[in-house]
Design a protein around this ligand. Structure first.
Ligand code: NAD
Length: 452
């Protein structure tokens, strides 16, 4: 089935289970007028929401949290069905993350929104007093991707709502049903429906949202689309947060616990079938432990159970779409053609369904290979050796991306010294990805990985 053709010709989108190809639903795309109407309704409802006491907005979040907790199994199943990831993974990386983010908003909203005195030391202004007052933007437009179809828009929506904003969400055309579920949960928590609306559709609907009367846009997606969104926002000086792609490096030093590091590498490269903005996409290992590390990864990758996400036995699901599969395939083939050693995977698993690709391990990769330069967004772990700490830093920084990175070592000081020299929004030591699950930790990228 060619979903994109149907999008273009019928003005509908088809939600499909990526594991089976089964059609889950067909939804009409919002017209530009409907997008503008949604924003207008949000604008009308927002001042009353802003005028409420913080405790009343917090109460809605608390009810949302309770509803989500009660319905976590069903929501996780829906995420599995529409996005392909194992249900257990949906529970931990989507539902738990949102429950925790809700808790963070609930706990910090009062303090964050309280007016702050602004002490100053300017003698000429000695008699003047000022204060910092935090105000909502108004209507926030959120444009979301499919890879974390629940946790990304939900965390952004909750933060926007608790601070007194209204939200119009344009979810990915691949995962509209999950976005509608988020909306339903908020409505059953008692939120005025005008304050959180979902507009369904592909790129043109996102374009219409950018042309509408929103006060800020929060975009998460690819660099190519992010640049288009950034341009459209700049034309009208619309504040924009751009959360874009990544090519996160992992540096394994010779003093690392190789059991832990190899498990970390496999987990963080294969989670969500590698379709995580923070997944490990490049792995650099100090030469003296290189072969041992590669062998441990080979053994662990060989044990991964791949299949349809709904079912507790499975650790890795399908890719979202055949297009994604072709990208991974191209990069793996390019690496092998240029001399990389293929130690696991490197093939489609058509016997499982239309979009499965085997967990892949490549050794002896070099910086010129596509798989070390472009975002893969698939289940591939490319590994290369390095000699000195300086070499490791140079390799890690040799990328147009700068979302996150990790350093694995038994010597924390050495790890921190290397971390300080890596140009990335987040650098973790002996860990990867998990920074995103901590609501208190900021998340954002350097270079092409984003702004804001
Ligand atoms: P995408 O750029 O294809 O689409 C993202 C969203 O933008 C979708 O909702 C899409 O419909 C919409 N869109 C497409 N064209 C548009 C246009 N012209 N105007 C407005 N909106 C438009 O990205 P994707 O394939 O859905 O997501 C995967 C990408 O997202 C990867 O690159 C990944 O690294 C990135 N990502 C980044 C983060 C982060 O926090 N930095 C998190 C998750 C995903």
């Amino acid at each position: 089935m060619n979903t994109m053709t149907e999008v273009a010709t019928q003005n509908t989108i088809i939600s499909t289970n990526p594991a089976t190809g089964e059609k889950l639903g067909e939804l009409a795309c919002a017209t530009p007028e409907e997008v503008h109407d949604a924003v207008r309704r949000a604008r009308q409802a927002q001042p009353a929401w802003q005028a409420l006491a913080v405790a009343e907005r917090v109460a809605v979040l608390k009810r949302f949290q309770r509803k989500l907790s009660e319905q976590r199994e069903q929501v996780a199943m829906l995420i599995s069905r529409e996005a392909g990831k194992p249900t257990v993974e949906a529970l931990t990386t989507e539902i738990l993350v949102v429950l925790d983010a809700a808790e963070f908003c609930i706990r910090t909203a009062h303090g964050f929104l309280r007016d702050e005195p602004l002490p100053h030391a300017n003698l000429a202004m000695k008699t003047k007093r000022g204060k910092l007052v935090r105000e909502p933007y108004g209507v926030i437009g959120i444009i979301a991707p499919w890879n974390y179809p629940f946790s990304l828009p939900a965390t952004e929506t909750l933060a926007a709502l608790v601070t007194g904003n209204a939200v119009v969400l344009k979810p990915s055309e691949m995962t509209p049903l999950v976005a509608l579920e988020l909306q339903k949960l908020l409505y059953t928590a008692g939120l005025d429906p005008s304050l959180m609306q979902v507009v369904i559709g592909a790129g043109p609907v996102g374009g219409a949202l950018l042309e509408s009367d929103i006060d800020k846009v929060i975009f998460t997606g690819s660099v190519a689309t992010g640049k288009r969104v950034g341009e459209a926002a700049a034309r009208r000086l619309l504040p924009a947060v751009l959360e874009l792609g990544g090519k996160d490096p992992m540096i394994v030093l010779e003093d690392a616990d190789l059991e832990v590091a190899s498990s970390g590498a496999v987990w963080a490269s294969m989670m969500n079938a590698g379709q995580t903005c923070l997944s490990i996409e490049r792995c650099y290992v100090q030469r003296s432990v290189y072969e041992k590390f590669v062998e441990l990864c080979r053994q662990k990758i060989g044990k991964l159970r791949v299949g349809e996400g709904i079912g507790s036995e499975v650790e890795m699901g399908p890719l979202i779409h055949e297009r994604q599969l072709r990208t991974v395939e191209n990069q793996v083939n390019d690496a092998v053609a240029r001399g990389a050693r293929l130690l696991a995977g490197g093939r489609r698993m058509s016997e499982l369904g239309p979009n499965f690709y085997a967990p892949t391990l490549l050794a002896d990769v070099t910086q010129d290979m596509l798989i070390m330069r472009e975002e893969t967004f698939g289940p591939a772990l490319p590994v290369a050796a390095f000699d000195t700490d300086d070499d490791a830093v140079a390799l890690a920084n040799d990328s147009e991306f700068g979302l996150a990175a990790s350093v694995w070592t038994g010597n924390r000081k050495r790890g921190e010294a290397i971390a300080a020299r890596i140009k990335a929004g987040t650098v973790m030591i002996n860990d990867a990805i998990s920074g995103f699950g901590i609501a208190e930790a900021p998340h954002g990228g350097f270079k092409q990985s984003g702004i804001g």
